[in-house]
Design a protein around this ligand. Structure first.
Ligand SMILES: Nc1nc2c(ncn2[C@@H]2O[C@H](COP(=O)(O)OP(=O)(O)O)[C@@H](O)[C@H]2O)c(=O)[nH]1
Ligand SMILES: [Mg+2]
Length: 249
């Protein structure tokens, strides 16, 4: 009698133990699946960044509606799932989440909210005024490139030199070294300031300490293209988005 009661207890313990293991396994698998799923859907966003008036909203609108619509300086970001097409031909099956972040100095920090879900960044430049505005363009770009998350995840960046239709527009081959020089200059003042405040943990040092700044020194893949959104010459931007989107892990 006593023996069978002991057996009963032992069986009960084993059964409880097995059920506990099964429950733990089920919870773990569930968490892993949820993580995989959310990570996958969460990092597929493309950001359109750049100064005010560089053509961000026009690019967004043309990607979305494929035709000209009047744009206005917006205070809020535009976002939506867009089917990227070229001449009515879809370049990718799934719609892609695209966000146009206003370039106004007081609003552009909003891009930080989207970094955790970002797959790629299109940084627009007005090629016709970029020499005059090089300081503020470089400052914005510096903020983007030195962001820890952007650099750690090696988020690819397309620097799209827009308004190439204007006579005063510089080609990307001219714009790139001008930006590199300006970023180099910013880097020395910023690094000195950071060392002073001991904030160097929060931003990434750009490039190599012993060399002048070059985009090719970055971990991120940075590509330059020229385009004219107004004249419908921005196929390279669409192809870049689709390529990065399809190569996602
Ligand atoms: N000439 C020319 N003007 C452009 C081009 N792309 C945009 N624009 C003009 O630049 C101005 C600012 O465009 P918008 O999209 O509002 O810039 P955002 O402030 O960056 O969103 C508008 O008047 C556009 O028509 C382009 O490729 N060529
Ligand atoms: Mg805009």
């Amino acid at each position: 009698m006593e023996q069978s009661y002991l057996d009963y207890l032992k069986n009960l313990e084993i059964e409880q133990f097995i059920w506990t293991i099964i429950a733990l396994l089920a919870v773990t698998i569930f968490i892993v699946i949820i993580n995989l799923f959310t990570n996958r859907t969460k990092k597929d966003t493309f950001l359109i960044l750049g100064q005010s008036d560089s053509g961000k909203t026009l690019l967004y609108v043309k990607l979305r509606y494929g035709q000209f619509t009047q744009t206005h300086t917006s205070m809020k970001e535009n976002e939506g799932y867009i089917k990227i097409e070229d001449n009515g031909k879809p370049l990718v099956k799934e719609p892609i989440h695209i966000v146009d972040v206003p370039g106004h100095e007081k609003l552009r920090f909003k891009f930080l909210d989207f970094v955790p879900i970002t797959r790629g960044i299109i940084f627009l430049i007005d090629s016709s005024t970029c020499v005059r505005n090089v300081r503020s363009i470089a400052e914005y770009l510096y903020e983007v490139l030195s962001n820890k998350d952007i650099s750690k995840r090696r988020i690819p960046i397309l620097i799209a030199c827009n308004k190439s239709d204007l006579i005063t527009a510089l080609p990307p081959e001219r714009i790139q070294p001008i930006l590199e020089n300006e970023i180099n200059r910013l880097r020395s003042t910023r690094t000195a300031a950071l060392e002073h405040q001991d904030l160097s943990e929060e931003v990434e040092f750009l490039g190599y300490e012993t060399k002048d700044f070059k985009f090719e020194h970055l971990e991120n893949e940075v590509q330059f293209e020229k385009c004219s959104v107004e004249n419908e010459e921005f196929k390279e931007i669409k192809e870049w988005i689709v390529e990065i989107f399809q190569n996602r892990k």
